[in-house]
Design a protein around this ligand. Structure first.
Ligand SMILES: Nc1ncnc2c1ncn2[C@@H]1O[C@H](COP(=O)(O)OP(=O)(O)OP(=O)(O)O)[C@@H](O)[C@H]1O
Length: 706
């Protein structure tokens, strides 16, 4: 299997891309606006990126609009000045003169000094300051007059002192990101019902996480050594009971005292020990069973090389293939009921969420469309090793009824508690998209997390493209390849909508994580694991962290996924194994460099996999796709396509040749996928609207923070 160890650990910070429709506030044009902007520019240093801001032009002119402005009806409503290398001060007096200003992004620049007086401006809705060098404390009442604020991003700065309690007074706050700063002290209770995205990780916070904030993921509070409670895996110290007897220190230490406390502690300790021993025995039994069963095949599996996974089909593979096509037909219907239990002779012990499995921890069913099964079914299954990737090892297990699943033993997980893990898994289990592989079940123990997926017989794009060159490889003609690229883009668009608040929504897009259905429809797997993985290992475990800005500057954003999509396109079009997938750069080809230099010399046709380059009439379209792949892999994220642009351009590529892969069912058009992404935030807004009973975000400008 492909080697998936990448780069050293690099702590990540959150960035966010938010696309929101806005309604223009009804504000008269201010004559002072151009002067105000020029005054603002004067307060900045390193203003090369703002060369278009000149006194002889108009800021919102149709063809000569100044860089970084968002205009509506001729007035400035937003500043999008992220990643422009700006430094110096931010002149808030000048900002105050831009009366229509609602959203401001200064992310990923070099601004420093104390928090500027944004609280003196008009009704600001979005304030994005992440990735700068701001320092010092923010006064406790800073936000009391900022009732309009919806989105506040202060992450990855050097703010210190307490988190201002006045944040709790912002009535309709949607997003609050304070991670990667030096905030200290206890967490004030910030639990507005509107708040959908919160992160305070990697600060110096201490004390108990307020109970009302435990609805947020444990990862929102991770990296604060002094925090305890909730599902952080660290209990808060209980107040010392008053000394009630004359028990000697020695008695207390060895729990041998006669006082009731000592007895109670000793009793519960024994219970804890007994439970721990029993748990360990069960856990070992489970692992041993998996390993014993997989042992038989282990020598045949190659964990490091691509295309070596054991794809030997069992007698039941056809039945599984039938099931795959059945489920895909169903997947066209959104929100179908999940009542079908077609596991045949699956042990009913395994149903009921795995209860009755001999006291063993449960297998929790997330998606019963393929039937219900339990741990006993898995333990009796014939297992073989599929591979060992950055996230853990994968096994194929064929159950007694012939149904084959893939069991992933997840490594590198963070200490997320059972409830948090369960919530994440249920979210995965609720996903429905033609190009997404929804997990079937999971198993949680503190030391063991298993995720169960349907086994996809055709295996991965990686294997078909670079593997044994069997019949499936021969079928990988131009229409099939375009179908895979377009389906991958659609799946990615869906993930970017569903996990819009993740720093990198997919995080691990690579050809081994694109499985191919019977008609080559791609199914994305292993996505959105970022929040589940130990922060210390995330950069090593997830491929998206190999994007240059992440690897070199710890900057992650949704554009890291675009970079991965670009590699997939280049891999598919050239047929070459990208060296980017390897740790040490030995083996494979630096497809990005190769494509870049060939394009600059007009030699695109030389890049194409010879197996498709002779397809009649499609050369132009193939070259178009190569260019898109190159634009997606630009090393500077500011020059890289964003997800919407990439999808729109991929959508426009056509087969044009005579070959085509037979389609047995209707697949949604790529346009529908694009629509999902473009409409994604609108959908999110709708959810927010229904929660808060008001129309939020509609006058925010579109931001793509990279
Ligand atoms: N549901 C599945 N059906 C068929 N093959 C699968 C399935 N899931 C994974 N595989 C294959 O099993 C092999 C091992 O997968 P695994 O996910 O463990 O490693 P990886 O994809 O190389 O890395 P990572 O852990 O980063 O995702 C890969 O070749 C993958 O394509």
């Amino acid at each position: 299997m492909a080697t998936t160890r990448f780069f050293d650990h690099r702590p990540h910070h959150l960035l966010f891309s938010s696309i929101i429709l806005f309604v223009l506030p009804c504000i008269a044009y201010s004559i002072a606006e151009p002067e105000a902007l020029l005054k603002l520019k004067e307060s900045f240093k390193n203003v090369e990126a703002l060369n278009s801001w000149t006194p002889d032009t108009t800021p919102c002119a149709r063809n000569t609009q100044w860089a970084g402005l968002i205009c509506a009806n001729g007035i400035v409503t937003g500043l999008r000045l992220g990643g422009m290398g700006l430094a110096g001060e931010i002149d808030t007096k000048a900002l105050a003169e831009i009366k229509g200003l609602r959203t401001m992004s200064f992310v990923n620049n070099n601004f420093s000094g104390p928090m500027p007086e944004f609280n003196t401006l008009g009704p600001v809705k979005g304030l994005y300051l992440s990735g700068n060098q701001f320092t010092g404390e923010i006064s406790s009442n800073f936000f009391v007059n900022m009732e309009s604020l919806r989105k506040l991003w202060l992450s990855d700065n050097k703010f210190t002192g307490n988190i201002p309690p006045s944040l709790a007074t912002i009535p309709n706050l949607l997003e609050l990101h304070l991670e990667d700063n030096g905030f200290s002290g206890s967490i004030p209770v910030i639990n507005q019902s509107t708040l959908v995205s919160l992160n305070m990780s990697n600060n110096k916070l201490e004390g108990e996480v307020p109970a009302s904030m435990l609805k947020f993921k444990a990862s929102s509070f991770a990296g604060n050594a002094g925090l305890c409670g909730g599902n952080l895996g660290k209990e808060c110290a209980k107040p010392e009971p008053p000394p009630v007897t004359s028990t000697t220190p020695n008695d207390t230490n060895n729990n041998g005292g006669n006082g009731s406390n000592s007895k109670g502690n000793g009793g519960s300790s024994k219970v804890v020990v007994a439970v721990s021993v029993a748990s360990a025995v069960v856990l070992v039994a489970l692992i041993v069973l998996f390993f014993v069963k997989s042992r038989r095949k282990e020598d045949e599996a190659d964990f490091d090389m691509p295309g070596k996974e054991n794809t030997e089909k069992t007698d039941h593979s056809d039945a599984v293939e039938l099931n795959v096509s059945e489920i895909k037909q169903k997947e066209v219907v959104v929100d179908r009921p999940s009542s079908s239990k077609r596991a045949g002779n699956s042990s009913r012990k395994g149903s009921n969420n795995g209860k009755g499995s001999g006291g063993m921890a449960e297998l929790v069913m997330l998606n019963e469309e393929k039937g219900v099964f339990g741990l006993p079914d898995l333990m009796k299954a014939a297992a073989e090793v599929l591979g060992n990737g950055g996230l853990g090892s994968s096994y194929k297990a064929v159950m007694a009824n012939g149904f084959a699943v893939v069991v992933k033993r997840m490594r590198e997980m963070n200490g997320m508690g059972k409830d948090g893990f369960d919530a994440e898994m249920r979210r995965f289990g609720s996903l429905r998209h033609w190009n997404i592989l929804t997990p079937l079940a999971y198993h949680y123990r503190k030391e063991e997390k298993l995720l169960i997926y349907e086994y996809i017989p055709k295996s991965s794009l990686l294997y078909i493209l670079h593997g044994d060159r069997g019949p499936s490889h021969a079928e990988l003609d131009w229409p099939a390849r375009l179908k895979i690229v377009q389906g991958t883009a659609k799946g990615l668009a869906y993930i970017h909508t569903e996990f819009a608040s993740c720093d990198v929504p997919h995080g691990n897009l690579k050809s081994s994580n694109i499985l191919l259905g019977p008609n080559y429809e791609p199914l994305l797997s292993d996505f959105a694991f970022g929040p589940l993985i130990n922060t210390a290992n995330v950069a090593q475990a997830l491929f998206a962290y190999k994007a240059p800005e992440a690897a070199e500057h710890d900057r992650v954003s949704p554009k890291c996924d675009v970079y991965c999509l670009g590699i997939i396109i280049l891999e598919i079009m050239t047929g070459k194994f990208p060296s980017q997938y390897l740790n040490n750069g030995k083996g494979g080809l630096d497809v990005i460099q190769w494509v870049r230099s060939a394009i600059s010399e007009g030699r695109e046709s030389e890049l194409l996999d010879p197996e498709i380059s002779s397809t009649n009439g499609s050369l132009g379209e193939m070259e178009k796709l190569l260019h898109i792949g190159a634009a997606c892999t630009e090393s500077n994220p500011n020059q890289r396509l964003d997800m919407r642009e990439a999808i729109t351009r991929i959508e426009q590529v056509q087969v044009l040749g005579s070959d085509s892969v037979p389609h047995t069912r209707h697949a949604p058009t790529l346009k529908e996928g694009v629509g999902e992404l473009l409409e994604g935030t609108r959908l999110e807004s709708n959810v927010i609207r229904s929660r808060s009973g008001r129309l939020d975000g509609e006058d925010d400008a579109a931001f793509s923070i990279s």
